[in-house]
Design a protein around this ligand. Structure first.
Ligand SMILES: Nc1nc2c(c(=O)[nH]1)N[C@H]1C(S)=C(S)[C@@H](COP(=O)(O)O)O[C@H]1N2
Ligand SMILES: [Mo]
Length: 551
């Protein structure tokens, strides 16, 4: 698509006939700088519109800002293949890349509209209105939206159209009478420049104010997190066994610090939920006592602490989307029982628990898994701290043994009991499996791919996970040779990963290291390579290194 083409004023500006001295200038008929000013005017107008929209969104809600709303819609509509590609290419920066992409497309359209405006201002204003409408529709399509969400985009379009009108008028205005005759006529470039500069300055101010006000809008949430004192667990987790941490340089720490914990979600702005107004509802099939709880009520129940490794189904073999934390929360099974829920094995009608977040994410978990005795939690604490906003404050789900997209709903707001036959959650509608237990995986953390260790003893080390089954053995091999048993760190339980280390007598040259794990049931990790879709990657992690000759 090239919105500039149909009415490219560069073509229009080509002299098509005599424009004799003293002829009245027709806007857009003058060759030279005018198209550039038109495009510039369009971009400046769009910037003003975006800034105004951002300011308006601060008053409505951050999700209603046009770039965020369009970005959210793009994320939801993106075909699986493209999404995979984007995640592979950009990793967790994918959201920033998306926002930049949207802004660039908008700038291109705006430049086109500016060019169009020189020939036909009403058409350009119509384009601006159309873009605004698109933003409004995107905002209205977002989860939990209200009619107000359309306002930022509409305000933005209005401001943008007004600025475009003013700039184009300035750019195409003939020099005032009495001005020195520079050619036959000239646009009032200085007037345009001054106006454009003023608009840019004002818009930058509005953008800044919008961001500040947006932050102010979530001040309640920030304060509620700061004031939130983690309750003491009635069942504390035993201390992590000393031997669980091998202290090998380059090896992932046993507990992942919150700031290093991977983040995977569809939220373009992290929801900042105010703990004081947060509510959780529990309802649906087989619920005989529907519940609505605020945070205080939820936490009046006994709390347990449990170490659980969380992994993402989008993690490639050897990838970074795995983290281990000490979670504090209420046992989900107890809460469900309180609501009258029975698992399918005890005759309950619902086999799927659908968790919904404040940002409209839906995550479906087997009721049976949640109620089979494992530490499925409604977590409020992560490594001794209230959940960080990015990890689901105030309450999220964590279920050992299931990938995050089928178990770990952040910013939880609702639990609904239904069946897998009746309902597909968000990712299931996007070609991922309904059910997805974690597959046994192992990763070499050190040496890294491409490392150049010196010949001699090299510590090969990493982590292996098979949540809720545990890790029984890890083996390493060099250049496809025999598998050699690695030394396992002490187990903290079956729900966490386990560090391992293998002392390698490395000879100079290029070598390939591979790792595989055996889970607590005795099943060996498969070497068959499979991609992440639909239910998690398989294969052995391989790392190539070049061993240098001894010192
Ligand atoms: N509300 C919400 N919860 C969510 C997601 C999401 O996009 N939105 N992503 C899920 C996925 S795919 C994973 S792997 C985990 C990641 O949790 P983390 O970001 O705390 O590591 O959150 C899960 N919970
Ligand atoms: Mo995930």
């Amino acid at each position: 698509m090239n919105p500039a083409d149909p009415a490219n004023p560069a073509d229009a500006a080509r002299p098509t006939g005599p424009a004799g001295r003293g002829a009245r200038p027709t806007p857009g008929r003058r060759p030279g700088r005018l198209p550039l000013l038109g495009a510039l005017g369009g971009v400046v107008a769009a910037f003003a519109g975006l800034a105004a929209a951002e300011l308006a969104a601060a008053a409505v809600r951050p999700e209603a800002a046009p770039v965020t709303a369009v970005g959210g819609a793009v994320v939801d509509l993106t075909p699986q293949a493209v999404r995979e590609w984007a995640i592979r290419l950009f990793g967790t920066a994918d959201k920033t890349v998306l926002a930049i992409g949207i802004v660039l497309v908008l700038a291109a359209v705006a430049a086109g509209a500016g060019l169009l405006a020189l020939r036909h201002l009403p058409a350009a204003i119509a384009v601006t209105g159309g873009v605004g409408l698109l933003g409004a529709v995107a905002a209205l399509s977002r989860p939990e939206s209200s009619w107000k969400d359309a306002l930022p985009s509409l305000v933005g379009a209005l401001v943008s159209a007004a600025v475009l009108y003013l700039l184009v008028t300035a750019a195409t205005r003939p020099r005032p009478a009495g001005a020195p005759p520079a050619g036959t006529w000239a646009m009032d470039r200085r007037g345009f420049g001054r106006l454009a500069a003023a608009v840019v300055a004002l818009s930058a101010g509005a953008l800044y104010a919008g961001r500040r006000l947006g932050a102010y809008g979530s001040a309640g949430a920030t304060a509620s997190r700061a004031d939130f004192v983690l309750p003491r667990p009635s069942v504390p987790a035993p201390p992590v066994p000393a031997g669980a941490e091998l202290h090998v340089p380059g090896l992932s720490p046993f507990l992942t610090p919150n700031r290093d914990f991977y983040r995977v979600d569809t939220a373009l702005v992290v929801p900042r939920v105010d703990a004081d107004t947060w509510r959780l509802t529990v309802h649906g099939e087989g619920v005989t006592r529907p519940l609505t709880l605020d945070l205080r009520e939820l936490l009046s129940r006994p709390l347990v602490e449990h170490d659980i490794t969380l992994t993402c189904v989008s993690n490639e073999v050897g990838g970074p989307y795995a983290g281990n934390a000490r979670w504090l929360g209420v046992r989900l099974a107890d809460l469900l029982r309180e609501a009258g829920v029975r698992p399918p094995s005890q005759g309950g009608p619902a086999d799927q628990l659908v968790a919904r977040s404040v940002d409209g994410m839906t995550i479906g978990t087997p009721v049976e898994a949640v109620m089979d005795g494992r530490a499925a939690l409604l977590a409020v604490g992560m490594n001794g701290e209230p959940l960080p906003f990015a990890h689901g404050f105030p309450v999220r789900m964590v279920v050992p043994g299931l990938y995050g997209y089928v178990s770990a709903c952040k910013w939880l707001s609702e639990l609904r009991l239904t069946t897998f036959a009746a309902y597909d959650a968000y990712w299931v509608r996007r070609s991922w499996a309904q059910q997805a237990p974690v597959k046994t995986q192992s990763r070499i953390d050190t040496p890294r791919a491409g490392a150049e260790p010196r010949a001699g003893r090299v510590a090969v080390a990493g982590v292996a996970w098979a949540q809720h089954r545990g890790i029984e053995r890890v083996e390493v091999r060099v250049d496809g040779g025999p598998w050699q048993q690695a030394r396992l760190a002490a187990a903290d339980g079956v729900d966490t990963w386990r560090q391992w280390v293998w002392p390698w007598e490395a000879a100079p040259g290029r070598h390939t290291l591979e790792v595989r794990a055996t889970d607590g049931t005795g099943a060996v990790q498969t070497g068959v390579r499979a991609g992440t879709v639909p239910d998690g990657a398989t294969g052995w992690h391989a790392v190539e290194v070049s061993v240098r000759a001894p010192g």
